[in-house]
Design a binder for this molecule. Structure first.
Ligand code: GDP
Length: 424
């Protein structure tokens, strides 16, 4: 019953589907682990060099080890989104709006100079970590380390553009829960594309496991070649990546442009062409759910106000429509990231589980075959012994008979001889 309820909830809330899939997969692997342990136990009870070979024992042990490793890995599996675009297009503002909190530093004076990865942490206080270095760094350092000017400050580690600063933000904070982080979404903010990018190393290091890419564009200008080039490389390296385009700062455009609907149409035509014809990452039908005209600043501020974190929220004329458009983006984004992550991450684990079950079946079958061979050999030996025994019995009867006759004859002869001697 509770599984049914959680399934229904997962259908309405796409992000929950990922957790549900993780749980189901956890149950499957748990059962598999128990079966392997049972088989290992049975094999242990059978004498060495009997019908279970050492290779067969080792194979079952190896399967047990793989199961443990996979169970560890998929507990850490997550849904990953990469944000991309020129400096000041509003990447950090968009991420903060989606998190309902000002987690990343933002603003004209701040330029992100390395990759910033936001993920959920269980504790009440967040912390930072440089890539895989386990040393925890105070959250207060975020603005300085991730900032373009950090190299000039000798106290701070020099960060290359493709280096990674992990931001562990509490899943639950004083102002409420963070849905995205709560549900295993990991968000990656990239350095501005205008900062002499090294696309290939960016992609190889940080984007190969991304489920969704969001290009944050500035609605007041068109896509630059650098922005296009990045996605052309991504589309070459990843098969059919999921790309969303956010035309951000739509509030500013709407305020300044008279023929705003024409401008919107123009943008739409260009972006559709880019996604469908140049990148070939979606169809004409899908593309309508991939391009949105939003104001991340308005959404962020109204969400901060709703949480009581600011008194006043910036809102320009037409903000209601833009807010709905932002929510529409989030809905499509959540469906897309959850579907993609379940498909790419869990399908591989599911395939591995099938492979292991296949190997176990072959292993068990060959043990059963050699056990059957041993039994028939024993049966043959038994049959052979019975035949020999029967032959012996026949021989013995014949011998007994012959012996009896001989003795009779001897006795008769002795008797004759004795009588003859007697009468002589
Ligand atoms: P990033 O460099 O791409 O991460 O850009 P930021 O998020 O730091 O934003 C740069 C500046 O643009 C900040 O001052 C934001 O307040 C502002 N900004 C971001 N989104 C919007 C928006 O939708 N409308 C307006 N008017 N300003 C925005």
């Amino acid at each position: 019953h509770s599984l049914k309820n959680s399934r229904r909830a997962a259908d309405n809330e796409p992000l929950l589907r990922f957790r549900e899939a993780k749980k189901v997969l956890g149950d499957v692997y748990g059962e598999l682990k128990d079966n392997v342990a049972e088989l290992e136990g049975v094999y242990k009870d059978i004498k060495e060099n009997d019908f279970v070979s050492s290779e067969q024992r080792e194979e079952i042990e190896a399967i047990g080890d793989s199961i443990k490793t996979i169970m560890d890995t998929f507990q850490r599996d997550n849904m990953k989104v990469v944000f991309f675009g020129r400096t000041s297009n509003g990447k950090s503002t968009t991420i903060n709006a989606m998190l309902h909190e000002k987690v990343l530093p933002q603003g004209m004076g701040h330029t992100t100079c390395c990759f910033l990865q936001v993920e959920g942490s269980e504790g009440e206080v967040g912390h930072l970590q440089l890539d895989d270095n386990p040393q925890k760094i105070d959250m207060k350092m975020l603005g300085k380390i991730g900032h373009a000017l950090s190299d000039e400050n000798s106290d701070l580690p020099a960060m290359g553009q493709d280096s990674l600063l992990k931001v562990f933000h509490p899943k639950k904070s004083e102002s409420g829960e963070c849905r995205l982080l709560q549900n295993d979404v990991v968000i990656l903010d990239s350095p501005g594309v205008d900062l002499s990018p090294e696309f290939d190393s960016w992609i190889d290091k940080h984007c190969l496991d991304a489920d969704v890419f969001v290009l944050v564009s500035n609605a007041e200008s068109t896509l630059t070649q650098a922005e296009k080039n990045f996605f052309l490389r991504v589309a070459k390296k990843l098969s059919k990546p999921n790309v969303f385009i956010l035309n951000n700062r739509w509030d500013a455009s709407a305020a300044e442009t008279e023929n705003i609907e024409d401008v919107k149409k123009q943008h739409l035509t260009r972006f559709r062409q880019f996604l469908v014809d140049e990148l070939e990452v979606c169809s004409e039908r899908e593309v309508n759910d991939r391009i949105f005209f939003v104001s991340s600043r308005e959404v962020l501020e109204s969400r901060l106000k709703a949480r009581g974190l600011v008194q006043k929220a910036y809102q320009a004329e037409g903000h209601g429509t833009r807010a709905l458009e932002f929510q529409n983006f989030e809905r499509h984004f959540e469906h897309c990231i959850s579907r993609s992550a379940i498909h790419t991450k869990f399908e591989a684990h599911n395939r591995r589980a099938h492979e292991m079950i296949g190997k176990m079946r072959l292993n068990l079958n060959s043990v059963l075959t050699s056990a059957a061979e041993q039994r028939s050999k024993l049966q043959n030996n038994l049959n052979e012994s019975t035949r020999t025994f029967n032959e012996c019995r026949v021989n013995f009867t014949q011998f007994e008979k012959a012996y009896r006759e001989q003795t009779e004859q001897l006795r008769a002869e002795v008797h004759l001889k004795v009588s003859a001697d007697f009468f002589e």
